[in-house]
Design a protein. Structure first.
Lengths: 211, 211
């Protein structure tokens, strides 16, 4: 592991946001920006921005600011966006199918190679040219196609069992939409999107407003 | 505002997870649990658990532990789950339709009353009895039906304009799936689900593993 492993998750979680805002600046032909100006549009303090970006060698220059294109490129590289990733979606219900349809992932280099499900009625159906296949063949498919990332969209009950299968096939990164916490070994990375938890946070804040 | 406003977002974000695990304990007929045992299953330290729950008056008793049912009920109340919320989904593309189909929200008291879109071809189509309606009537619908929460699933480009419309209609809570940060006044609560940012975090961690 490199020194990157010492960077806190809080910083890492801010990087995609930097990346998104820098893209917007580039689209508007803005090529140079100070930490103060970046602070105004992104909402973090200028001092936080300087600190965050220092973690990665610091791309700013005193009195000049940041070169937007360079910073955009470097953060993209840090995030691993200079290459493409092969993914599969496991669980082809509504959410799985919606994610297969979500073209924003293509734009950042994610290729969905197949969907998998246990329901025979779904086998062979295509979502944007992506075929729904029989879960029985998922391990084989992962190995043959060198799949990098699995997007887990099963229900809570089968999530762990399915995850074990994916890992047995060689998967090292799971994007987990099932409302449960997966138990995996240290060499497997899991990123959770727990939608109900996010919704409950909103309810709490909404409700507390009036109290 | 009550003293709840002083509770940190970090604590608030952990509450839905407590709620989810307590539900699992109840389903397994476990009625009493120590902070140590809760720590083993939920993954936070016992001291963190005691500290978190103290924020809300502390429901534990020295030498007895927590009453699972009581704690589940109290956290649910804190999260606002003792009542139901009326929601609309704005943007009836793939993601909006998938969320309309996602029955897990019903279970925690969220009723989706309608979807809205600008595409006339979608008007009148029903997803699980929930009708897609003309965006032109969204403000009126919010007022007439006392909608609490709007789920925003438009593209990035129209998100802010649509949010302004929702707020003009009286919406005070937005669950935002559009990949942009909304500018709203202080009395409006926004909770973001930025899917691409979550995916980029996963890529970063996956990529860093091998470095």
């Amino acid at each position: 592991m490199s020194e990157k492993s010492k960077i806190s998750m809080a910083v890492i979680r801010r990087l995609p946001k930097y990346h998104r805002y820098l893209k917007e600046l580039l689209d508007r032909d803005i090529n140079r920006i100070s930490s103060k100006e970046l602070s105004d549009i992104i909402g973090f303090t200028a001092s936080q921005i300087r600190q965050d970006l220092n973690n990665f060698g610091g791309f700013g220059q005193q009195g000049y600011g940041y070169n937007v294109e360079e910073l955009f490129y470097e953060i993209g590289k840090i995030l691993g966006l200079h290459k493409t990733y092969k993914t599969i979606i496991v669980g082809a219900g509504n959410l799985g199918q919606a994610l297969a349809n979500y073209t924003n992932f293509d734009k950042v280099g994610f290729q969905v190679k197949a969907l998998f499900d246990i329901n025979p009625k779904l086998f062979g159906i295509k979502i944007r040219d992506i075929e729904i296949k029989d879960m029985d063949y998922v391990e084989e498919f992962i190995k043959t196609n060198n799949i990098d990332i699995a997007i887990l969209c099963t229900n809570k009950e089968s999530a762990q069992e399915v995850a074990n299968k994916l890992i047995a096939g060689g998967i090292k990164a799971i994007w987990n939409f099932a409302p449960t916490d997966l138990k995996v070994s240290n060499d497997v990375t899991v990123e959770n999107v727990h939608l109900v938890e996010s919704l409950l946070t909103l309810t709490y804040l909404y409700k507390s407003r009036d109290e």
